[in-house]
Design a protein around this ligand. Structure first.
Ligand code: ARG
Ligand code: ZN
Length: 852
């Protein structure tokens, strides 16, 4: 059944209050729910409660046995008056819940995941985000097995019960939709701390983990306190309860979940220490901890009216966490990373069969819409508003939004209306970014009139059709733009924010004495594809001179991209200009190591492939290898120097030290590309001598792609040392799946049989199958074994966990982009998946849509 945005109707019944009573047990948990329900509006429709996989034991209406009927998955109850008390009791089995939605068991503990539609797997309820209730929760369970009993809000009572059981009662004073409900019961230890809010509220903070993991929680706690302070300073948002709990679980479908006062996290986004986590892991922990914390306002205090509005909370909250990470680290490098993620994950979505709008129009399974488009393109959309309004007016807009809609379920339109009302700026034409899918393609060139001392910027835009949107409208595209003097490298006049909002348009710049260079879409002000006509030597010049760090990065990347695209088509790479640009970048002491590392890193094979009309993966791979080899050979001294740069001590987590470590591994990669033997020796030395996971993983990531004894030695050493640590073992699987070797498919097939591979754990599945599907060259092995392996994994995982299985489908959906032989093989595997009987609707939706 397709759900459509246009079909939205307010709920027939509201549930202002709910009391839940859990009798906890791994195999058989009983859930009693008492709902006070209220008719909403003038109608005589019955109460309909959603349920999924619940064994119904009893239903009562106002204390008497009720005549309830089951209509499909729903429980239907006729109610004469406008108010009633409905009581249900059900039994569920957390241990048998492999979907990890609802109440499930993970490593002996019990926990919940309710977003988007998991609450119906716990009890009968109107499972939609616009029904907000006050929760009172009682839970009882074995005191030895579940010493810690947690839910949302405040703990109001605890006590002992018979047979070694105990209980706790929790109350959440803030009305919330059921997707924010959470319960945790387990043998956990807390890292506890405090935070005093700006207005003086004392908040108790706890991060609950297994006892052995306690030493790895310091960074998450530090990040949480930073995030709490940042949201006060930047958005004026304070925490609103006396208690904030985080719980880490090993089996989790996504990154984390913002349940009110009780965030549940994938262990991957909580646990870190120098020895087991990379700098990237540390950054991701800070980002996700902040993201979930920020949801307390953008998501919880103001929630979504329906799931089509998902980007209202996710796009905005990603924008907020991006701002946080930029402020605590390097803003320039953070912007580069954000754009890299957008291009790697969202642009392919936008140009493929699963393209959808930031605010989609329909879905079969909402879990399939937790996408890079809703999250990351949604964040770019908020960033455009921020750019258009400027920071002060934007802040006035978000203040009004939070104030106006506090305690409500709102829409994306409500958000824009608040920005408009607070700023006085009309944003109506920009709203098309919510509804129109696809990445606009902008072409630019500049002409110069020497007599008039004027430059004319000519822009045009084009947007290709996407599924369900054959005809596209012109979009308003905000472009931060500057002109730069070709000779001095100085910027001419001020930067301008221009808005391209016609199919073709010209913008005049006065006071331009000689033909200038164009610096456009600075800071990546709009999420578009850009094609700028450049004169000879212009990119090289901009790569050194552009005053906007992002534009400067783009110039170097574009220089490499042009060499790589030409190389993939001609089977020979001209590396001269790239070598010079990289040499100049490495030698420039005005820029820091982190920026250098980002700037000189060669574009990924997937990104190169996105520029080609027909992809031949071997040609792309050869071109990239050849470029890297040429750079590595000709700049071996500079790479060695960058590799040896001082200041990256393993226990130093400053942005500077992280940048030095990042450059160290990038430089090592180039050096080894130029000289495999010397590179292997250097990588082995780095691996053996590393006192931190960043250097260790950086070296191992290189060694796995080399042939020779170092490869196996390092992998075995790594395995022996870390085999008891699941998150590090994920790295071991992932690095091998990402190896750039002809034998990678064979290795991956073998790893799927390894005793430590378990398909039921989402992190492990993603580490092997997800990483492999992202390994462009290996996945697209011409014999099609990579495609068959992924299809096997999808089908096997679908039997246990449809949500996570469905996330593996998109790589096969790229079939239209490849040369005919591979295209056919990919399509055949997709057909095999789509044609399998008993498929979940999650995988069915992704596979069937990918075939069209
Ligand atoms: N709201 C969570 C976050 O982004 C993600 C939860 C997604 N859950 C799901 N079943 N798809 O912070
Ligand atoms: Zn989120």
């Amino acid at each position: 059944v397709t759900t459509r945005r246009e079909d939205y109707r307010a709920p027939d019944w509201l549930v202002p209050e709910i009391a839940l009573d859990f009798s906890l047990d791994l195999e058989r948990t009983r859930v009693r729910a008492i709902l006070s329900v209220e008719r909403n509006g003038d109608h005589d429709r019955p109460l309909k409660l959603d349920g999924d996989g619940l064994a119904l034991l009893k239903v009562k209406l106002d204390g008497a046995d009720a005549a309830a009927r089951q209509d499909g998955e729903q429980l239907v109850i006729d109610i004469a008056g406008d108010r009633a008390t409905v009581e249900t009791e059900v039994e569920i089995s957390p241990a048998a819940n492999t979907q990890l939605m609802g109440l499930y068991a993970s490593g002996g503990m019990l926990c919940t995941q309710c977003e988007a539609e998991g609450f119906r797997r716990i009890t009968f309820f109107p499972d939609r985000p616009d029904v907000l209730s006050r929760y009172r929760v009682r839970m009882e369970g074995d005191a030895a097995r579940f010493p810690v009993l947690l839910s949302n809000g405040n703990r109001v009572a605890t006590g002992e019960a018979a047979d070694g059981r105990h209980w706790a009662e929790w109350e959440d004073p803030f009305p919330k939709p059921c997707y924010l409900f959470a319960l945790v019961a387990g043998d956990l230890q807390a890292n506890s701390d405090r935070f005093t809010t700006a207005s003086g509220r004392e908040v108790e903070l706890n991060i609950y983990v297994r006892a052995a993991d306690l030493p790895k929680t310091a960074h998450a706690m530090h990040s949480l306190k930073q995030a709490m302070a940042w949201d006060e300073q930047v958005y004026g948002r304070e925490y609103d309860l006396d208690l904030f709990n985080i719980v880490a679980v090993s089996d989790f479908n996504m990154g984390a979940m913002e349940n009110k006062g009780l965030n549940v996290f994938n262990t991957a986004y909580v646990l870190a220490d120098q020895d087991t986590a990379t700098d990237g892991d540390f950054d991701n922990i800070a980002r996700v901890v902040a993201h979930e914390y920020f949801h307390n306002w953008s998501g919880n205090r103001v929630t979504c009216r329906d799931w089509f509005q998902l980007s209202l909370k996710e796009g905005f909250t990603v924008f907020r966490d991006q701002g946080f990470s930029a402020d605590i680290g390097s803003a320039a490098v953070k912007r580069i990373e954000d754009v890299r993620v957008l291009r790697a994950a969202q642009f392919p979505e936008d140009s493929g069969p699963l393209a959808h709008a930031v605010r989609p129009d329909s879905y079969l399974e909402i879990s399939n819409f937790y996408t890079a488009t809703v999250y990351n393109k949604g964040a770019e959309l908020i960033r455009m508003f921020h750019t258009l309004l400027g920071p002060e007016k934007f802040r006035a807009g978000t203040d009004l939004y939070f104030d106006r809609h506090d305690g409500e379920a709102a829409t994306c339109d409500d958000f824009v209306a608040a920005l408009e009302d607070a700023s006085g700026v009309d944003l109506s034409r920009f709203k098309i970014w919510y509804s129109q899918a696809g990445t606009p393609h902008v072409r630019a060139h500049i002409s110069h009139d020497a007599d008039a001392k004027a430059a004319l910027l000519h822009l045009s835009q084009h947007l290709a059709p996407t599924p369900g949107q054959a005809v596209k409208q012109v979009m308003p595209i905000p472009l931060r733009t500057a002109l730069i003097d070709r000779h001095s490298g100085e910027q001419i006049g001020d930067e301008r924010l221009i808005v391209l909002d016609e199919a073709e348009q010209a913008f005049r710049f006065d006071g331009v004495g000689s033909a200038p260079m164009l610096s456009i879409n600075r800071g990546f002000s709009a999420p578009i594809l850009l094609d700028v006509a450049r004169g000879p030597g212009e990119l090289e010049r901009l790569a050194q001179a552009d005053g906007d760090p992002f534009a400067r990065y783009e110039a170097i990347q574009e220089l490499m991209m042009r060499a790589l695209v030409a190389g993939a088509q001609a089977n020979a790479v001209d590396a001269d200009t790239v070598v010079e640009a990289i040499a100049a970048t490495l030698a420039d002491d005005r820029i820091d190591a982190a920026f250098k590392a980002e700037a000189i890193l060669a574009p990924s094979e997937a990104l190169i492939a996105d520029r080609l009309d027909v992809v031949v993966p071997d040609a792309v791979h050869r071109a990239r290898d050849a470029l890297r080899a040429a750079v590595g050979a000709r700049l071996s001294d500079a790479m060695l120097a960058a590799h040896r740069q001082e200041g990256g001590a393993g226990n130093d987590l400053s942005p500077e030290a992280k940048g030095i470590r990042r450059l160290r591994s990038v430089a090592l990669g180039y050096f080894a590309a130029g000289d495999a033997t010397a590179g292997a020796a250097l990588a082995k030395a780095q691996f053996d001598g590393a006192d931190n996971m960043t250097d260790r993983q950086g070296a191992l990531g290189l060694l796995v792609s080399l042939d020779g004894p170092e490869r196996v030695q390092a992998l075995d050493a790594f395995y022996l040392r870390f085999r008891e640590d699941p998150l590090v073992l994920d790295k071991w699987f992932g690095l091998q799946a990402m190896a750039q070797r002809a034998e990678t498919v064979d290795e991956v097939l073998k790893l799927a049989e390894h005793p430590d591979f378990t398909i039921s754990n989402p992190n492990r599945l993603r580490a092997l199958a997800g990483s492999f599907a992202a390994n462009h060259w290996a996945f697209h092995s011409p014999d099609g074994r990579g495609y068959a392996f992924l299809a096997d994994m999808i089908l096997a995982a679908d039997k246990l966990n449809p949500q996570t299985a469905a996330r593996l489908v998109p790589p096969l959906g790229r079939w239209r982009r490849f040369e005919p032989h591979r295209s056919k093989l990919m399509r055949a595997q997709l057909e095999r998946v789509a044609g399998t009987s008993g498929l979940s609707k999650d995988v069915y939706e992704q596979a069937s849509k990918s075939l069209v």
